[in-house]
Design a protein around this ligand. Structure first.
Ligand code: C2E
Ligand code: MG
Ligand code: MG
Ligand code: MG
Length: 284
């Protein structure tokens, strides 16, 4: 038995795995030393209503440039920050910056909604709701101007607790969306129990929608089901006009993706998107 365990152990430390462990440890160290004001910034990616092709709001996406000038993508550092608990500090920094940025943007005819991603640790932080409320009030925003994106896998860690927290946010008037929809294990049952108002169909289902009948049928079903449940449907990762037209014909409400715009720094978002309000449209 011991021999077998030893063998397995030996097998475990393969060079590429060791490299991965080192990278994770390195990111953890950099995260501990991170000075938010110097190293972090926010990107804003527009969301567009298909109806009228008007701006619906934007998703807030965190960006990190280390003191060495290296840009580490969120796919790489968010999981480490989640693991080490640093995500709470980063997450509240994101919220504060987002609220501050939104408060200095001119009031629009339709309120501009900023969507903020919440990871599992953030969702289950006991102080979450109070801290959101405090920030919102400090910057003079209304709850309808903010939306929180959660994933099924985060919520699944404690469904009862997730439903309770989301219920409180919803009762206060915040928007809630289910991100990366379709990639979880039991998406349909979650759609029924989680009090969200928007479903974001994961980019992986949109990618081949023009050529893959199977994906098209899946997306059509998700849109129909969500609509029947009274939820809005947003498609992520829309890159082509073909995808956009197809989604429109299937009754999708909103889109987000490189076709409409890439995530933009606040200044560019202000000049290129807000600058042409209210007739902001995808040029394509
Ligand atoms: P997500 O919430 O699903 O965000 C969408 C991701 O898709 C973003 O990647 C965005 O840049 C990318 N994207 C948007 N349109 C397109 C497109 O047309 N084509 C392609 N190929 N990609 C597109 P990003 O910014 O690298 O973020 C990755 C993930 O990191 C996010 O996925 C989210 O889960 C997480 N994340 C980012 N910012 C935060 C944050 O402030 N807090 C937390 N907890 N997670 C964050
Ligand atoms: Mg998201
Ligand atoms: Mg997403
Ligand atoms: Mg996604």
């Amino acid at each position: 038995e011991a021999k077998r365990a030893g063998k397995n152990k030996h097998c475990f430390y393969r060079p590429e795995m060791l490299a991965q462990l080192n990278r994770t440890a390195e990111i953890a160290t950099l995260l501990k030393r991170l000075e938010p004001a110097r190293e972090l910034w926010l990107a804003f990616q527009p969301r567009m209503h298909l109806d009228g092709r008007v701006l619906a709001g934007a998703e807030v996406l965190l960006r990190w440039r280390t003191p060495d000038g290296e840009e580490i993508p969120p796919q790489e550092f968010i999981p480490v920050a989640e693991e080490t608990g640093q995500i709470l500090r980063l997450g509240y920094w994101v919220m504060e910056q987002a609220c501050q940025t939104l408060s200095r943007w001119p009031a629009q005819a339709t309120p501009l909604v900023l969507s903020i991603n919440l990871s599992a640790r953030q969702l289950f932080d006991e102080l979450l709701v109070e801290r959101i409320e405090k920030l919102r009030q400090r910057y003079g925003l209304s709850p309808a101007q903010l939306e929180f994106e959660i994933t099924e896998s985060s919520a699944m860690r404690d469904m009862d607790d997730a439903v309770r927290v989301l219920g409180r946010l919803r009762a206060l008037g915040y928007g809630l969306s289910l991100d990366d929809f379709g990639t979880g294990f039991s998406s349909l049952s979650h759609l029924r129990s989680l009090p969200v108002d928007t479903v974001k169909i994961d980019r992986s289902f949109i990618r081949d929608i023009e050529h893959d009948t199977h994906d098209r049928v899946l997306v059509a079903s998700i849109i129909e089901l969500a609509s029947n449940l009274g939820l809005r449907v947003l498609a992520e990762g829309v890159e082509t006009t073909g995808q956009l037209q197809l989604l429109e014909s299937l009754g999708c409400d909103d889109v987000q993706g490189y076709l409409v715009a890439r995530p933009l720094a606040a200044e560019r978002f202000e000049t290129e998107v807000l600058g042409s309000w209210p007739h902001w449209q995808a040029a394509r």
